[in-house]
Ligand binder design. Sequence first.
Ligand SMILES: CC(C)(COP(=O)(O)OP(=O)(O)OC[C@H]1O[C@@H](n2cnc3c(N)ncnc32)[C@H](O)[C@@H]1OP(=O)(O)O)[C@@H](O)C(=O)NCCC(=O)NCCS
Length: 183
Amino acid sequence: MLVRNVAWSDFPELREIYYLLYEERDQGFPIGITLFADRPSLVDEIDWFAGGYRHVLAGEDLWSVAEIDGHVVGACTIQRLGRGPGSEHGHVGVLGILVHREHRGKGVGSALLDHALAAARGRFDLVRLSVFSVNTGARRLYERFGFVVSGHVPRGVKRGSEYLDEEEMVLLLDPVPAPLTNA
Ligand SMILES: CC(C)(COP(=O)(O)OP(=O)(O)OC[C@H]1O[C@@H](n2cnc3c(N)ncnc32)[C@H](O)[C@@H]1OP(=O)(O)O)[C@@H](O)C(=O)NCCC(=O)NCCS
């Protein structure tokens, strides 16, 4: 597996991984990520990708992708919460992660978090995320990387007529202390 920064040419495979979520939902699988009622069009997806890629090129956001046998199988983004000059949210990153359904549970998500969080140190002071309370696998994964629950949002998501609770999680990226010397 190779984990690297996103490239412009990754769009078709990333779009496919995202579209598969709508198939999973329609087949009745519980999807731990917020979706739209209808799958966004290709035009909407192009806009979304171009917008995200632009922020990466500008050095504002981070976007890691995992590749297996030359194919993209997952991605992790850390988007800057405050973008304007001098924003008081400019130090906060918001994390999102998604792995192709056929590649889950094999360490791809962990490798993506390793890559993205290493890159985030020195660029963000903290990383936040929201996770469905029922998504216990993902919560355990985040806890393994040091995220702690900072809040509970009852009915944070409404999917059709069903409400789902969310947990807010946070990881403080304190600077790594310099090693002690005897000098
Ligand atoms: C959550 C997700 C990104 C984790 O990636 P992954 O590649 O499956 O994670 P890894 O293989 O590195 O780690 C597996 C850990 O995650 C857990 N996990 C979470 N969702 C899982 C799934 N669908 N299948 C298998 N393991 C899953 C496992 O229990 C395991 O925990 P453990 O090490 O304590 O046993 C991925 O399962 C996914 O894309 N899920 C659908 C979208 C989603 O829920 N995104 C998170 C939104 S907050």
